[in-house]
Design a protein around this ligand. Sequence first.
Ligand code: GLY
Length: 336
Amino acid sequence: MRLEIRTDPPSEVIFGPADFGLLAARHRKVAVVTDRNLEKLYGGRWREELKKAGLPELLFAFEPGEAHKTPRTLEEIWDFLARSGLTRSDAVLAAGGGIVSDVAGFAAATFLRGVACYNLPTTLLAMVDAAVGGKTGVNLPQGKNLAGCFAQPRAVWADLGFLDTLPEAEWQNGLGEIVKYGCIASEALFERLSRPDWREELSQIVFDCLCIKQEVVEADLLDGGLRQLLNFGHTLGHAIEKESDFTLPHGAAVGIGMVLITRFSEEKGLTEPGTAAKIEAMLSSFGMPTSFPESREKLFAAAASDKKRRGDRFTLALISRIGHGFLQEFDREELA
Ligand code: GLY
């Protein structure tokens, strides 16, 4: 199963294990970039795959976690690529979760002014979102993702085998984003998730999410409009993550953000009544939280100072009902 993403240059999502033979047919050297936890789990396998394909065994692993998504890690990756003698016709394989695809993708996009990058997401979140669509970057002391660029991966392998050993917090991260896709674009996906046997349909669910992402990315690659729909629940979600001192997984915070923002838009008469309750019930069925102890006023005020604010106007992703997202501008005052 394949999904072509018609961007320039084009990208594709291939369902199944990474094809090291294809990498070897296209490149003389491929550097696997991952984090140290994943290196322990899969480093041996990836080195073996490189060797079997006739490629040199190049693998660089950095410290895991958001705290290491920094310019310093970027510099370490550049240093490894330079010492390994990568040329313009070589490639990086970013193997890991969203942090890995962000930082390794940025390193690939900037090393020698850009070498090819392939993504091998190992988490549900990265599979349905972060690894697809070409957003790359690192954090700065002043905030998340403040330095980065858009650079499409040549290909992304969605290998559901990685999900067999996924920890609970990582399932919540992925499910938060999957519920989001249902909310903004597909009532059918939302209903599929409400079935007790949804795990048996996981590959179809991942495929449905990627079809939505494909459509959004093709229509608005550079995030000037429609793509902001993918931020549904995220503006408040980021504020909640921060208030929780990052103890709450991103997906869980986004889930609470979706409930709160939908209650707000119901109050404004912009959303069919009962929609927030449907999202709440869905998240509860996954054992995810639906509320946060901090006052709503404080969270909205924190969200109003979010970096995506444009002057005193603020664009929010909302839904009119399940499956129907839209963007609406608000005054900062109104929100705060
Ligand atoms: N993760 C949101 C986006 O790709 O735009």
